[in-house]
Design a binder for this molecule. Structure first.
Ligand code: LRH
Length: 500
């Protein structure tokens, strides 16, 4: 049959994409999902004075193009969903207009605030009441920075909208707050399941601007008449999907049955597992895990790992020097380079901000008494091996926390196109890696739209649909020689830089 068509916007820190998804029924009654990209655009941060911002109006314009383009290409999506990176937000004034340009989560304004907030709140309390790893960019620190600076923006703010909710508002006129994004703020209490007003008051964050969260699968509302007319399309309905990209990606992990471990591999690497209840014991805080709200009433116990950002930034630096190297080329060069020559601890905070990544990697190696990488292949090898070792560490920590053992690791999202990383990961963890799908966030976004309108029953059926609709590549844990020794070395460098 013709099936139903939906439109997914997936906005990452580097680029945004619009995909059409079609759910069709085969003759034997089984369903299939197929996805087609209809628009792609860069998402570039803009430095203004001391601050780093998102170009939110540019993103809105590109999303409008995406809607136009879907219909022009002959598709007829009846719903759309938006997912983006976590934590960031815009503020609306009393008349419903956006106040200023939203900050980028790598804006330096939150530097040093983890310690300051811990001193005021107590780290045990903060973790118990948020369930989140202390990451400098969490919404709580951004708002605390504004409160501390007595930002006039906060004074006139009436509504806080997280990025996907803000973009949905600009298209539909409806103010909403989607639950999975709300859980990335550190201001939402995962046990009491409500906004943490006492915490906001303690930190001077206005507590009246937060809307009651809605679950993934709720309808937000149709395009405004103005937008529908401008784009010459029917009034499609916006659906609140798992609007946090990580949660959309996890919804598309083709696993079912028992407990499974996953790695969402993009600019960030999120390694985790799905639970029914959060783990808020001090052990989870010390091992730096988050409990994020997921699609289908799940809790995602996961660790944020610096990820391919490190390699992306090196690539950018080489480009600026006129050396154009694609990721495939870099992987091929890395493969030729000497194994385990230099290793880094990817989550050293020095790698977080913008600036010369090559210089920071060199300094790390010098400080830890290792040879310094000389050319691109050596840098790439160092980064990919170090990430794989970090994944092993996170996986084993997670096993300690949950008391479970994981047979292997599901890897999803754009980073799995780096096959060398998948291979290294299987060898580092000594277990198989199952890689796919690449377009995990887009697929998870679409599936929640199909659940919202009843074409798909639930998360479990959705995941089965992923398994039969998209290829998954297996990487066996072969050729593990050298990895255990490299892991011991890696642990030593970690201790050297973070102490303990
Ligand atoms: C990945 C991601 C991650 C957040 C970070 C800000 O795109 O959403 O889950 O922690 O961006």
């Amino acid at each position: 049959g013709d099936g139903r068509t939906a439109l997914a916007f997936d906005l990452g820190a580097g680029s945004g994409r619009a995909f059409v998804g079609r759910l069709s029924e085969k003759e034997d009654g089984s369903k299939r999902l197929d996805v087609t990209e209809v628009h792609r655009f860069p998402n570039e941060a803009v430095q203004v004075g001391a601050h780093l911002h998102w170009d939110i109006l540019r993103l809105l314009r590109e999303m409008k193009k995406g809607i136009r383009s879907a219909w022009q290409q002959g598709y007829a999506p009846t719903t759309f969903g938006i997912d983006t990176w976590g934590v960031d937000f815009g503020l609306l004034d009393a008349s419903g207009e956006l106040i200023g340009n939203p900050y980028h989560y790598r804006d330096p304004q939150t530097e040093g605030l983890i310690e300051e907030v811990n001193a005021r709140v107590g780290e045990e309390r903060l973790f118990r009441e948020s369930g989140l790893q202390f990451m400098p960019f969490n919404t709580i620190y951004q708002l605390y920075a504004m409160a501390k600076a007595a930002s006039p923006k906060l004074e006139i703010a009436r509504t806080l909208l997280l990025t996907p909710d803000l973009l949905a508002y600009m298209l539909t006129g409806v103010r909403s707050c989607e639950y999975t994004m709300a859980t990335t703020t550190a201001l939402y209490d995962p046990v009491r399941k409500e906004w943490n007003k006492p915490l906001m008051e303690l930190l001077g964050i206005p507590s009246g601007m937060f809307l009651r969260p809605v679950r993934p699968g709720e309808i937000i509302g149709p395009l405004t008449a103005e937008v529908a007319e401008e784009l010459r399309v029917p009034a499609m309905q916006a659906v609140a999907v798992g609007t946090h990209d990580t949660e959309s990606a996890i919804a598309a992990v083709p696993a079912h049955g028992g407990p499974f471990a996953y790695l969402v591999c993009g600019t960030w690497s999120l390694l985790g597992t799905e639970l029914a209840e959060p783990i808020l014991a001090p052990e989870a805080r010390k091992l730096e895990f988050s409990n994020e709200g997921g699609v289908g009433d799940t809790v995602q116990l996961l660790k944020n790992i610096m990820g391919l950002w490190i390699l992306q930034e090196c690539k950018r630096e080489w480009e600026e020097r006129g050396e154009e190297l694609g990721f495939a080329e870099l992987a091929a060069m890395a493969e030729q380079a000497e194994p385990f020559r230099s290793l880094i601890y990817p989550d050293d905070p020095r790698f977080f901000g913008p600036g010369s990544m090559l210089a920071r990697i060199r300094t790390f190696c010098e400080e830890t008494g290792q040879p310094v990488p000389r050319e691109a292949g050596e840098f790439a090898r160092c980064i990919l091996e170090s990430l794989a070792l970090r994944y092993r560490q996170a996986l084993e920590q997670m096993e300690r926390l949950t008391g479970r053992e994981y047979e292997g690791l599901h890897m999803v999202a754009g980073g799995i196109q780096n096959k060398l990383l998948c291979r290294f990961t299987a060898r580092a963890i000594g277990r198989p890696v199952w890689a796919g799908p690449v377009e995990a966030s887009v697929i998870g976004n679409l599936l929640v739209q199909f659940i919202a309108t009843g074409e798909c029953r639930d998360l479990d059926e959705a995941r089965r649909l992923v398994g039969v609709s998209f290829p998954v590549e297996s990487y066996p844990a072969d050729e593990t020689a050298g990895w255990p020794e490299a892991y011991e070395r890696y642990l030593g460098y970690e201790r050297a830089v973070v102490g303990g």
